[in-house]
Each structure stands twice: as C-alpha cells, then as structure tokens.
Design a binder for this molecule. Structure first.
Ligand code: ATP
Ligand code: MG
Length: 237
C-alpha cells in the first residue's frame, strides 16, 4: 500500500535551544483528504504545523511528501515540493491589494499565473469584486480567503491551514469549511488546525487531538466525536 501523501512522523523538537515542545508527534494525511488537529491552547498545534513546514529544527523524526523525505529542506524548498502554509497570524500583506497578495503567493512561479488567479476568484468570488482593494480593509472572513487564495497560487499538493476560521462568524466559518472541502475534492491534501473543534471534526477524514506536544487521540472525525472521553475533555461535553 502506498504511504499517505503527507507524513510528519515521530516529530520531536522545539524552538532554538529551548526545551522540546513536540514529543514524538505524528500527523499524516492521504491525498485529497482532510486532517484536522485539535487540542488545548499551547498544546503545540501551531508548532507541529511549523515543524511540518520546516520552520523548526527537529531533533528526531521525519517529514515526507509523496514518499520523498523532505526533513532537511527549508520552507521555501518545501513550497517547491508542493507545500503551502497559511500561518495563524500575519498571513496577508494588509497594505497590498487583494490581487497583489495573490501575485505575491506566486513568487516562485515562472509560468502564466493568470489562470490560477481566476481559479482563486472562482473559489472566492468576493475577492474578484475586491481585487483592487487593500487586503487590510477587508472583513476577517474575507482576509482569510485572501490568505487561502495566496497559498493556492503555488498550485500546492498540500495545503496547511492554522486556524483558518479564527475570529469569524459561524456562517462565515461554514462557508470557509465548504470551500476547504471543495479544495480537497480537487485532490489537494489538507492539514489544518482548528479551534472550532466540533465543526472541523465534522469535515475531517482524520482527526488528531494533541496534548502537550504529543498525540493523545487519533481517529476519523466521526470516531473522535463519538468518543466520550474526547467529547468531555476537548469538545465541551
Ligand atoms: N516562537 C516561539 N519560541 C519559543 N516558544 C514558543 C514559540 N511559539 C510557541 N512557543 C511555545 O510552544 C508551546 C506550544 O505553542 P503553540 O503555539 O504551538 O500552541 P498551540 O497549540 O498552537 O496554541 P493555540 O491554541 O493558542 O494557538 C507553548 O508553550 C508556547 O509558549
Ligand atoms: Mg496555535
């Protein structure tokens, strides 16, 4: 059997010379599927995403994409291998227009990026209307659309999202999740961190509960939602 498209396996490490934050953390996602990471504040969810993207030096463990070991590649080289990352904060250029943000996302490309910009506008039609507006003037949900759109400009095979629905209304959250499902259906592998655990697990093929930098529970989204212990401890009953 072929291995999952994206694997961060037994990742252990922390920031600089500081103590380890991740302790043997493993995350994997099959092609075109959605994996969701949930867990308490400070559990190391963002750190795990940064480790997969190469922003952290791992003391042990590995990261593989499409069967290729990329553990020692820089983030930029991982982008060239098909990874795109939308960080939790500072994920757009607020003073640039929406379209300039999308163009920035394609900085590694040398081919015609226009068709991809149109695809992003088809996915998020409001961005087409606002393409000449400064991204910082947009609503929270629209700024997240810009961030996701910018990430899609490299035509990634893996899209990593750290709390894409932070600070948006429930309606906007549902809408964003629908778009993320659409992206996955197009064959893009999704790894995302979510604070809205219940709603995110509903759309997850695989769910990971991280606690103190380690895997506490893993299962399908439905399995985790049906697990009494997970519900009581992490989903508010
Ligand atoms: N740049 C950094 N340098 C040093 N320590 C950091 C850094 N970023 C995070 N940490 C520490 O790593 C641990 C995990 O933080 P992380 O941001 O990964 O958690 P999280 O699960 O994403 O939390 P949240 O739900 O609040 O986003 C925390 O103890 C935090 O203080
Ligand atoms: Mg975080």
């Amino acid at each position: 059997m072929a291995e999952p498209h994206l694997i961060g396996e037994a990742m252990t490490g922390g920031y600089g010379r500081g103590a380890d934050i991740l302790h043997g953390c493993t995350l994997s996602v099959d092609k075109g599927e959605i994996a969701v990471i949930v867990g308490p504040n400070g559990a190391g969810k963002s750190t795990a995403m940064k480790a997969v993207f190469g922003m952290l030096n791992l003391r042990s463990g590995s990261v593989r994409i499409g069967g290729e070991d990329i553990t020692h590649l820089s983030p930029q080289d991982r982008v060239a291998k098909g990874m795109a990352f939308v960080p939790q904060t500072s994920n757009i250029f607020p003073s640039m227009t929406v379209e300039e943000n999308l163009e920035m996302g394609a900085f590694l490309r040398r081919d015609d990026i226009r068709p991809t910009i149109e695809q992003v506008y088809d996915l998020f039609p409001i961005l087409r209307d606002k393409r000449r507006q400064a991204a910082g003037e947009l609503s929270g949900g629209q700024r997240q659309q810009v961030a996701v759109g910018r990430a899609l400009m490299t035509q990634p095979s893996v899209l990593m999202l750290d709390e894409p629905t932070a600070g948006v209304s429930p309606i906007v959250m549902d809408e964003l999740f629908d778009r993320i499902i659409e992206v996955a259906r197009a064959g893009i592998t999704i790894l995302m961190v979510e604070q809205n655990a219940r709603q995110a697990l509903e759309i997850a093929d695989t769910g990971y509960v991280l606690v103190q930098g380690a895997n506490a529970y893993t299962g399908t989204g439905a399995e985790l939602m049906a697990d009494d212990e997970v519900r009581r401890t992490f989903l508010g009953g």
